[in-house]
Design a protein around this ligand. Structure first.
Ligand code: NI
Length: 136
């Protein structure tokens, strides 16, 4: 019997979407406002959903305090109020699209979680645009 526990988190970050191999004009055409050379910010909303079997003794799937500390340490402390392109080594050679940010977050959290737990990341770049990644 599997159950899912989710934790919401939030961070603000700046980015610029840009493909290094393309010239300025092609980048501008493709990414539009998100290609602004002087960067721009988003208020990212994150949902980390953990799925697995409940511990029959404690009744917990996961301690949500532990999960919230993990998200703070691995994600919020790393990305909040940062320029993803300039401040974060994860995006030196990786375009900081919502897709790529979600995958980076998934990897950072997954490696700290107990092996038997499944992780899904939902990352909102705006209220209406979001990405889901569960490791496949
Ligand atoms: Ni953007």
């Amino acid at each position: 019997m599997e159950i899912t526990v989710s934790r919401k988190a939030h961070f603000n970050a700046a980015h610029r979407l840009h493909v290094k191999q393309w010239d300025e004009e092609k980048n501008k055409q493709f990414f539009g406002l998100c290609n602004n050379p002087n960067y721009h910010g988003h208020n990212y909303d994150l949902i980390a959903s953990v799925t697995g079997e409940i511990d029959p003794v404690t009744g917990y799937l996961i301690d949500t305090k532990w999960l919230s500390n993990l998200i703070k340490k691995e994600i919020e402390d790393r990305f909040d109020h940062k320029n993803l392109n300039l401040d974060c080594e994860e995006f030196v050679d990786l375009n900081p699209t919502t897709e790529n940010i979600a995958i980076v977050i998934w990897k950072l959290l997954k490696q700290q979680l107990p092996q038997n737990l499944h992780l899904k990341i939902t990352l909102y770049e705006t209220e209406r645009n979001y990405v889901e990644f569960s490791g496949k």
